[in-house]
Design a protein around this ligand. Sequence first.
Ligand SMILES: Cc1cc2nc3c(=O)[nH]c(=O)nc-3n(C[C@H](O)[C@H](O)[C@H](O)COP(=O)(O)O)c2cc1C
Length: 132
Amino acid sequence: MDDLEDYAEQQHQLDANNPLIVKKEITDQTDFESETDPYFAFVPTYLDGGNGIDNGVKELMTNILGEYIAYKDNRKLCLGVIGSGNRNFNEQYCLTARRYASDYGFEMIDDYELRGNSTDCKRIYENMAGRI
Ligand SMILES: Cc1cc2nc3c(=O)[nH]c(=O)nc-3n(C[C@H](O)[C@H](O)[C@H](O)COP(=O)(O)O)c2cc1C
């Protein structure tokens, strides 16, 4: 995410039409509020038990983001979710992002593995910029 903010800053300096990206982290300390501007959600998948396919799903750490998106009308302003995960999890790869997309009614627009790399950063930025 920090790399994405830096990349957006560079692109914005090259051409002011390129959007900046401002990060807002949702944690257990976050006061819930109604979002007023369109946004993208980034969510990794950390599961503790349940494969999400035939025996449910238990999220670690990310529940709070799901609750924030579900708060009042916040889901309506979400332009899409970007998932991260590890392909070693096979069918569970980026499952939380895929669940949020289907539960809250927006698209999963991209994904990346682990911490992502510069190719992911550029592709995701262009993908987001094209949807603003
Ligand atoms: C306990 C645990 C459970 C995980 N479960 C999944 C999973 O179900 N699906 C998936 O795609 N990645 C899973 N991952 C991989 C993480 O999503 C991946 O490590 C993360 O996207 C990279 O971010 P990080 O550097 O903050 O760990 C899991 C990782 C941990 C530690």
